[in-house]
Design a protein around this ligand. Structure first.
Ligand SMILES: Cc1cc2nc3c(=O)[nH]c(=O)nc-3n(C[C@H](O)[C@H](O)[C@H](O)COP(=O)(O)O)c2cc1C
Ligand code: SF4
Length: 467
């Protein structure tokens, strides 16, 4: 046992302060969460468009029959509820009553509140807590506590927690079972960097978590309520100073990237194999997600092509103005595209290389793509099933007039399509492959030598040794 590490009481029983973070789409499910709980920790079922099963036990592909986005959005909510319920029930059975099961939702997912209600309604007594990040989930406390379930907000600064606490969470204080601090520079998946933080200048988590504890104390939250450290945690020996440290209060640790590589991890074999090949610097913090948030993923050809697309970009004006003295004479219809002379020459060069379609962005720029890329972008926008509350890529919004009011942004992509695809065996190089910045450690850590893939129990036991 790693020194100083003690079980905590969570969900009415003793568990290790070790959590597998929820990973959507379908990168944590019943198999991983149930095994993590059975090993004595806290497992997290992802309730972000989770898989459900037909009577023979086969995954039901999420196919959309309706003709409008709004109707497809309703289908998606139903898939989300059925999937969440199926995963929780199975995880609960696998856990054998040990550990605890949480569910994870993203506040910015379309229909988040309905899905949360739908799942909690049908899984009474099985779910210990709801973890939720992305955006400001003020209503999380109210919804979870109405089912007698605890909530664990995921935040990346003390400031964000203070705002949530003051406005909402202090009214359901007894159901706050932990606060997850997710390092916005290091964690896999979406990252909570705010305008106050520089994506290129990572900050030490220690003072930030200390500030969070101070904020929690100001709110009268006891030091026994854990802060869950997430993002960049590989082994406990590197966090020795955090354990049993009166300055920080109770700390628990959340792992996201490392548990991707276990026997029970539901991601396809190709994705697991790829993890073993990653080098330092292969994971990129970027801003292409249609949610508008930063996120961290493997810099594979999919991500590189988004980077390249954004580089093939020029500003334009609708009329001659300033240094926009030249009319674009390629790739656009009409004459109302005035650009600089330098950009005209660049655009002609791209055109010559086969990027013959120019697409408008919401920032009065054009990006140059091939006609094949253009067709995929258009089709994906047309096929949108409204999986987000606001989508930069398709302009979908899940309420009011169902539009963000901005032009659909061709520099982004349909995250629903690509995450579903990679989770169900699609090409690892042509899809978004979320990963934390410590993923390169698989290749270096002797635990994984000779291609060893642990069971969840073996991984938890290994973590408990400090390694
Ligand atoms: C593939 C992947 C998908 C993720 N999806 C989600 C998600 O849907 N919701 C969420 O709150 N966090 C998500 N995360 C974040 C993890 O729950 C966890 O907090 C994070 O990975 C911890 O940092 P690490 O990657 O350095 O271990 C995801 C992480 C990964 C690697
Ligand atoms: S286009 Fe946007 S909202 Fe629509 S399904 Fe794709 S990611 Fe979701």
């Amino acid at each position: 046992m790693f020194k100083g590490l003690k079980p905590i009481v969570y969900g009415g029983r003793e568990v290790w302060p070790l959590i597998e973070g929820g990973k959507g789409v379908s990168a944590t499910n019943h198999a991983s969460a149930g095994a993590w709980a059975a090993a004595g920790g806290i497992g997290t079922v992802s309730a972000v468009n989770a898989d459900s099963y037909d009577p023979t036990g086969k995954i039901i592909p999420q196919v959309y029959a309706s003709r409008t986005r709004r109707e497809r959005h309703d289908e998606l909510i139903q898939y989300g509820i059925d999937g969440g319920v199926a995963q929780v029930q199975r995880a609960w059975e696998l856990s054998g009553g040990a550990g605890a099961i949480n569910i994870n939702v993203l506040w910015e997912m379309g229909g988040a509140q309905q899905i949360l209600h739908g799942i909690l309604e049908r899984t009474k007594g099985m779910v210990s807590g709801v973890t939720c990040g992305a955006g400001m989930p003020y209503k999380l406390s109210e919804i979870a506590s109405s089912y007698g379930v605890s909530y664990l907000p995921i935040i990346s600064s003390a400031r964000a927690f203070r705002a949530l606490w003051k406005r909402a969470y202090s009214k359901a204080a007894e159901f706050l079972s932990a606060v997850v601090y997710e390092d916005p520079w290091l964690a896999g998946g979406h990252n909570g960097l705010s305008n106050a933080e520089d994506p290129l200048r990572p900050e030490d988590p220690y003072p930030r978590v200390k500030a969070l504890r101070e904020t929690m104390r100001e709110g009268g939250i006891p030091d026994e309520t854990p802060i869950v450290m997430a993002g960049g945690v590989w082994n406990l020996k590197e966090w020795e100073n955090w354990i049993d440290n009166p300055e920080l209060g109770q700390i628990a640790f959340q792992f996201g990237t490392r548990p991707l590589l276990t026997q029970e991890s539901p991601i396809p074999q190709g994705w697991k194999d790829r993890l073993m090949t990653l080098e330092e610097g292969d994971v990129l913090l970027h801003k292409f997600s249609p949610t508008g948030f930063y996120s961290s993923a493997v810099r594979n050809p999919f991500l590189r092509s988004l980077e390249a697309r954004s580089e093939r970009q020029i500003p334009y004006s609708g009329e001659q103005a300033g240094d926009h003295t030249h009319q674009l004479d390629i790739a656009v219809k009409g004459k109302n595209f005035w650009v600089t002379r330098g950009d005209l020459l660049r655009a002609r060069e791209w055109f010559g290389q086969g990027y013959t379609a120019a697409l408008k962005t919401p920032d009065n720029t054009l990006v140059f793509v091939t006609t094949a890329e253009r067709d995929v972008i258009r089709k994906d926008q047309t096929d949108c099933m409204g999986c987000l509350s606001h989508c930069g890529f398709s302009s979908w919004k899940d309420h009011d007039d169902y539009s963000t009011g901005y032009l659909a942004d061709p520099r982004s992509f349909c995250i629903q399509k690509t995450l579903q695809d990679i989770a169900h065996g699609g090409d690892t190089e042509q899809n978004l492959m979320f990963a934390g910045h410590a993923a390169f450690r698989f290749k270096k850590d002797p635990f994984y030598s000779n291609g060893f893939v642990p069971t969840v129990k073996q991984l938890v036991d290994r973590i408990l040794t400090g390694d």
